[in-house]
Design a protein around this ligand. Structure first.
Ligand code: FEO
Length: 172
């Protein structure tokens, strides 16, 4: 059974994961209309991952005697100055999500809720991977700079990243 405090904190995370899905969906659309099909595909996949993160939390809350709340979401940014700016926003957002997960872990320990603490370890590991992936992408973008040929290759390679991810079932 989850306490009211834990239920509230988990519901907050459900909203954050839902907002993450919307943020990446908006990025996918922006990239798609710019003709960056690889980046768009990557962002659509990211958005789907976030929806899965949300659903996993929803199931946990409901199974633990709480009631998962489906709440109003903040509107995402729908356009970006550059694809570099877009990936910087993705990185900043993932850092924010990690902080939110850490806070949740902290609350679960304060409440001595070891079932929730154990459940959250999956999210802790996931955030390490997501932040590392975003940093790797930003490093590549900094190498490309304004080179159009580099952007072409990047857009092509990021498709492989998504395909490999789908094949292994892991987050990139
Ligand atoms: Fe669900 Fe990308 O954090």
């Amino acid at each position: 059974m989850v306490s009211k405090n834990i239920e509230k904190a988990l519901n907050n995370q459900i909203r954050i994961e839902a907002e993450s899905a919307q943020i990446y969906l908006a990025m996918a659309c922006w990239a798609e209309v710019k003709g960056l099909e690889g980046i768009a595909g990557f962002m659509y996949a990211q958005s789907q991952e976030e929806r899965d993160h949300m659903l996993k939390l929803i199931k946990f809350v409901n199974e633990r005697g709480g009631h998962a709340q489906i709440s109003k979401l903040a509107e995402p940014n729908v356009s970006f100055k550059s694809f570099k700016e877009m990936f910087e926003e993705l990185y900043k957002h993932e850092v924010f999500v990690s902080e939110s997960i850490n806070e949740l872990v902290h609350i679960s320990l304060q409440e001595k809720d070891y079932a929730t603490h154990n459940f959250l370890q999956w999210y802790v590991a996931e955030q390490i991977e997501e932040e590392a992936m975003a940093r790797t992408i930003l490093d590549k973008i900094n190498l490309i700079g304004d080179d159009k040929g580099g952007l072409y290759l990047f857009d092509r390679d990021i498709v492989n990243l998504t395909v490999n991810t789908a094949a292994t079932g892991n987050m990139p």
